[in-house]
Design a protein around this ligand. Sequence first.
Ligand code: NAD
Length: 411
Amino acid sequence: MNALAATTRNFRHACRLINVDQKLEMSLLIPFREIKVECSIPMDDGSLVSYIGFRVQHDNSRGPMKGGIRYHPKVNLDEVNALAQLMTWKTAVMDLPYGGAKGGIACTPKNLTKSELERMTRVFTQKLQDLIGTNIDVPAPDMGTNSQTMAWILDEYSKFHGYSPACVTGKPLELGGSLGRESATGYGVVISTEALLNEHGKSIKDSTFVIQGFGNVGSWAARMIHEKGGKIVALSDITGAIKNPNGIDIVELFKHRETGGDLSDFNGGETMDPDELLFQQCDVLIPCALGGVITSGNADDIKAQFIIEAANHPTDPEADEVLYNKGVIILPDIYANAGGVTVSYFEWVQNIQGFMWEEKVVNKFLIQYMRQAFRDIKDMCHTHNCSLRMGAFALGVERVARATILRGWEA
Ligand code: NAD
């Protein structure tokens, strides 16, 4: 099932659970605006190439729309639509004053030079500049984009609208970025994992972990789990996978990577077939790479008791059902990976205030928001006797529905 069908199915299920009126359900589902733009740029060799960019603005009833920009060859309107919708429910679950959006350009960023990436980003921003902004729609980094990309967006946008640091988040610190933003998603994953384990009488220190993906989210999550005494018994990235039943030394792995080494040639573990990673014996499995990796075809082989969805949409709805029936507890993406958008919100607030917070203040608020959202989801689960995923969807959808009705929506 593709990401849009899966997200829509979860949304509709949540609507049934909380009795959303059918006309309102349709209105909440349909995106506010879908944008498709052509970005032609001269390449370094003088040739002209066209890239297709998308921005889907899903809902703005709770505030400006918010969501990342992804550069990846598989970016398409359906996927962007699904991710924009997920952002609407995610910001509402976290009770941030935002709606949801997502964007992207279908391209292979590793095949583009820095100057080609810059030209493409600037043309994309020119095409979107009158449809995004501090109080309209605030982009952020996602797969294939980073703080440099956000700096180019800020610069291009400001040519049209004057200096506007709050028009984009995930910026470099020198341009109004927030302390703690880089680690925020991984840190949020760890805070949410801790909340879930504690609820089940367990802790990070007494648990074993398997992590798929060692990029921004996976590496920060691994580092913090290791610091808290958790044992990471298997780990993978695009270069391969390693395992060590005694726990992988993440500090040594970071040193190895800093000297240019790949995960697959790190000698602190035994190399293994990456396809076997998800099925390793462990307490907690954390997918931190691609969507759609847990399917009805492999869900039965998963041995973890808990799955923390750090990646967006890693579990198919069919797999969700298999795992639920097996008693596996899944912490859903719209909560587990919300640390990033939460600190993006803090960055936006700091930009509007014209004031920079200390990192400990950022982290203190992040912990507060993550723990409060966990309690709110649990309350929903108790009220409706449902899974954490349905509790989170019901919470997000209910908050957005309430805002929509208060603004004057009538059946
Ligand atoms: P990233 O590009 O920094 O890292 C991705 C990692 O996945 C890399 O280590 C890469 O080697 C690995 N990977 C790619 N293909 C793989 C494969 N087939 N098997 C194993 N590993 C593979 O991306 P990121 O920012 O860490 O994002 C990871 C996931 O988290 C995505 O689903 C993203 O949408 C989601 N997410 C990210 C953020 C954020 O703030 N970065 C916020 C919310 C959600």
